[in-house]
Design a protein around this ligand. Sequence first.
Ligand code: NAD
Length: 473
Amino acid sequence: MQTIDQIYIDGAFVTPHGSEYFDLFNPATEQVIGRVRLADAEDARAAIAAAKRAFPAFSRTTKRERIAMLKRMHAAVLARENALLEAIVEEYGAPASRSQWMARHASDVLLEAAKTLENYSFVRRAGTAEVVMQPLGVAGLITPWNSDAGFICGKLAAALAAGCTAVVKPSEMSAMQTRVVTEALHEAQLPPGVFNIVTGRGDTVGAEISSHPDVAKVSFTGSTAVGRSILRSAADTFKRVTLELGGKSPTIVLDDANFDEAIPLALNAGFMNSGQACIAGTRILVPQARLREFEEGIVAAVANFRAGDPHDPQTSIGPMVSQKQWDRVQRYIRIGIDEGARLLVGGEGRPDGVDAGWFVRPTLFSGVHNDMTIAREEIFGPVLSIIPYRDEHEAIAIANDTPYGLQAYVCSSDVARAAAVASQIEAGRVLVNTLTHEPAAPFGGFKHSGIGREYGTFGLEAFMEPKSVLGVL
Ligand code: NAD
């Protein structure tokens, strides 16, 4: 049983002013495994003040100094990879297929930011003007529970690379991961106040960050509903805002696709991170003429996706993060059945032989219409909808008929044809016949999936404002 009762402000671990304790669970056992003392709005203000004091000096550090800091941060987080992996599995239930990647991703993003910075020029020319990219000031960074460590490190990396100082508000449900990351980052010996980490509730600490006049920028990853409220509260003080929100990503299987490749891709895209991924491919668009063949193939292939103990290397789907999330997924499965979708695999309740833990049955519906609730709303669990289409034109229309636009997948044996389809999809990222990640490429959403981009040069510039200086060239 871990008790986490310190937050990180001004280069030191301190006891929060907030006195509420919040239970941490192991979702595979439903047991309480720890508790965290939550920061409150007063702690958030102290952290913002520390970041504000640190900004003038930090914003004047050189590119070389900041690259060195990012490399120290990278080394420190990498050195804690085993502890981080353990926290990710215990506290979040990430399956073996995902947890290793998540633990490594947290350090990778720091090194990637250092690389981006190495190739980046803060000064450029526009006509007769010199254009200087200037850091915005104090950045508020708010993360979700489904990849807490990766988002803390990724957002911090971009903010600090740009020359901003930061206040991080991690998910209150991920305090163990946050503790490992914070201890590592402390060892990197950055100047006090450059980054501050205050674990607390969204409606106190998060709300203070997104409304405080001394915060110039908010970078938020989480639900579309909270993103909308952050955008509203940021308006009063004209904060720059990056929002990475929900998704309902389509996997478009074209009629020339090789199903031996398309089916595993569609399942891996849909079930990644136990279905608790903003980029999960939850709508699988299949040509009507090959629907039966696809259904037979996917029913056979889904048997390879085992839901169970996240420590077991054979497990590809771990538990849902909380009772609330388990209830939510169950509710959507019931809605799918009630609205007339055809249950191909899975259904309500726990997988056979599992009687504890927030496990759900990997579930596939077919004959889904794009206007059904399960095709429109983000479920955030391993529940996938197969939606038949008549022709390519209709496939593209269905893919785009969603309030979201984060990611899309296209499967085809003709890359040029797939690229033509990709060009018509309203999504921030389209993956053709692949599930690989490209850390240098921008990531973010169209429509209700968000505003702005993270990663690479676009992500770096999200923490800066261009300033044109005339008469000096
Ligand atoms: P959430 O929106 O409930 O919470 C995210 C963070 O916001 C948490 O730290 C929470 O404490 C904080 N928060 C809550 N209310 C707040 C408020 N009023 N003001 C400020 N902060 C507040 O999301 P979640 O349940 O933690 O995560 C799941 C959601 O995140 C899903 O919708 C998923 O699609 C989305 N997500 C998006 C991406 C992406 O990159 N687009 C990545 C991962 C997750």
